[in-house]
Design a protein around this ligand. Structure first.
Ligand code: CTP
Length: 141
């Protein structure tokens, strides 16, 4: 899968908190778009600025995603504005995200292809967080 004999690099971003099947399926489909998959993981500080708080700290989220088959490299996402530089730094041919972001990154099409993949229905980190039962609420055996 090459463009003029160059391996195809796919770039994506996310928080990947409480790693779940939607994340795995997305990563598998992203990897199938090319030969190399590079994943930007939102830092805890960046999440805080977005009003998001992850349960799992950045270093652990990054280690988990890095260990998934098909992921070649992970790096921190510190800011909304770094994507154009990252595309050039990693030589990305395809920028791809789940379709909850459809249209949001179309301006990056001046640097590479921009693709939105269908999300896996019915699961998100937010939904899992909402389903967690606080320890004190667990029935006593
Ligand atoms: N994603 C997906 N299917 C899901 C959940 C997420 O394809 N069911 C994709 C998103 O579209 C994104 C990537 O996985 O491209 C990372 O998403 P992230 O925001 O970390 O995951 P969510 O589970 O959506 O987290 P949150 O609920 O905190 O928004």
């Amino acid at each position: 899968m090459t463009i003029a004999d160059k391996p195809v690099t796919v770039l994506t971003y996310g928080t990947f908190d409480l790693f779940h099947i939607g994340h795995l399926r997305l990563i598998q489909r992203l990897r199938a778009l090319g030969d190399r998959l590079v994943v930007g993981i939102s830092t805890d500080e960046f999440n805080a600025r977005k009003g998001k708080q992850s349960i799992i700290p950045y270093a652990d989220r990054a280690a988990i995603v890095a260990a998934i088959r098909g992921v070649d490299e992970v790096f921190p996402e510190h800011d909304w504005s770094q994507k154009a530089d990252d595309i050039q730094r990693f030589g990305a041919d395809i920028f791809a995200m789940g379709d909850d972001w459809a249209g949001k990154f179309d301006d990056l099409a001046q640097y590479c292809s921009v693709v939105y993949l269908e999300r896996t229905a019915g699961i998100s980190s937010t939904k899992i967080k909402g389903q967690l039962i606080p320890r004190s609420d667990k029935p006593v055996a």
